[in-house]
Design a protein around this ligand. Structure first.
Ligand code: SAH
Length: 353
């Protein structure tokens, strides 16, 4: 199956020349017949990576509390769209719906869930997990398609799966990293001319990454937050200030893989640069606030909630909760690497920042 994608990429390069990284990522991840997200089961112990909601229910419960609070701050709009981009197994949304159903009947009654998902396999898993809730669910292919009403959008590990371009500073100018063919006709890295520039000061061979797809989504969301009344909570691994560095990686079976080998078989990701998101939001007259996942979860009451969850459990179960909490929030685990950004109207002060 993946052989076919390799052949297709090679003939595309033969016809059109080297591919920029964004095009390569887009094809490898989302090709309808051979793409990684469209055809594989990426998440979980048996998949290629594990995510925060799959580690502990506490993650989704705290986000559920954040949603109720934000919904109230938006003026309790009814109805409103509760949107998740890239819901994976549906675990995060299940934990959120359980929480809002328990803690705020008006919020749960007002919610219409919209799930943005390209994978048919994951859509089925999400349907199975979420149909038990008495809340309307619909599926959508992309974030352009989220309707005209008030909304709260959440995304965990969605933006890191969006295509990026990479530029490298060589011989006093910027060139774009591209994927071409070696003399043996295998996929190989190269450079092509580029008009890219940045105000940062590069050294020889420095690499700069940008994701136009991510920035386009944030610009569209910002416009909607302003005109439709809404808020967004974006969680991902990445950095709050733009800088140089190559963060592009392929992950297969919980280990690094060669991103040009067996295209379509590995998860391709890059760190999310939250810096341009902040600027896009500010330009739209909105407020973007950001912090680390660790500090967000602690401010949302992670430790108190963990204590309550463990109250009547065995020592062994309590130990498991403690390990999970550390994994989510400890600086040397996910706590610092993962960032949380919220985009809201500037008169709203979101919880947890
Ligand atoms: N949020 C989940 C899953 C993260 S994996 C969790 O935390 O467990 C990334 C998710 O985004 C998957 O559901 C994947 O199928 C989806 N996805 C990736 N690229 C996408 C795209 N371009 N459009 C829509 N969904 C996409």
């Amino acid at each position: 199956m993946t052989i076919k994608l390799n052949d297709r990429l090679r003939s595309l390069i033969q016809d059109e020349g080297p591919l920029d990284l964004a095009t390569y990522m887009q094809i490898c991840l989302t090709d309808p017949n051979h793409g990684y997200y469209t055809t594989k089961k990426p998440i979980g112990r048996k998949g290629d990576f594990i995510t925060a909601p799959e580690i502990s229910q506490l993650f989704g419960e705290l986000i559920g509390i954040w949603i109720i609070d934000t919904w109230q701050k938006l003026g309790a709009p009814s109805p409103f769209y509760l949107i998740e981009a890239g819901p994976g197994h549906g675990t995060l949304m299940a934990d959120i719906l359980r929480t809002i159903t328990k803690l705020s009947t008006p919020c749960a009654k007002a919610a219409y869930v919209r799930l943005i998902e390209i994978s048919p396999t994951l859509k089925t898993m999400q349907k199975d997990k979420l149909s038990a809730f008495d809340i309307p669910l619909t599926w959508h292919e992309n974030t352009d398609d989220i309707g005209d009403d008030a909304f709260i959008l959440i995304a965990n590990e969605f933006f890191d799966a969006l295509p990026i371009n990479q530029y490298q500073f060589v011989e006093g100018q910027w060139a774009e990293r591209a994927i071409g063919l070696s003399p043996e006709n295998t996929l190989t890295w190269g450079l092509k001319p580029s008009k890219f520039n940045t105000t940062l000061n590069p050294k020889l061979n420095d690499i700069f990454e940008t994701s136009m797809s991510a920035q386009k989504i944030v610009a569209d969301l910002s416009k909607r937050i302003k005109t439709q009344n809404g808020a967004a909570l974006l969680i991902d691994y990445g950095h709050l200030k733009s800088g140089f560095g190559d963060t592009f990686q392929a992950i297969k079976n919980h280990a690094y893989a060669n991103p040009l080998e067996d295209p379509g078989s590995a998860d391709l990701t890059a760190h999310v640069d939250f810096d341009p998101f902040q600027q896009i939001a500010a330009k739209a007259g909105l407020r973007a606030k950001a912090t680390t996942q660790g500090s967000f979860l602690l401010a949302m009451g992670l430790l108190e909630r963990a204590g309550a969850l463990g109250a009547n459990l065995t020592t062994q179960q309590q130990e498991k909760i403690k390990t999970d909490v550390e994994r989510l929030a400890a600086p040397e685990k996910m706590g610092n690497l993962f960032k949380v950004m919220t985009i809201t109207r500037s008169d709203i002060t979101p919880h947890g920042f």
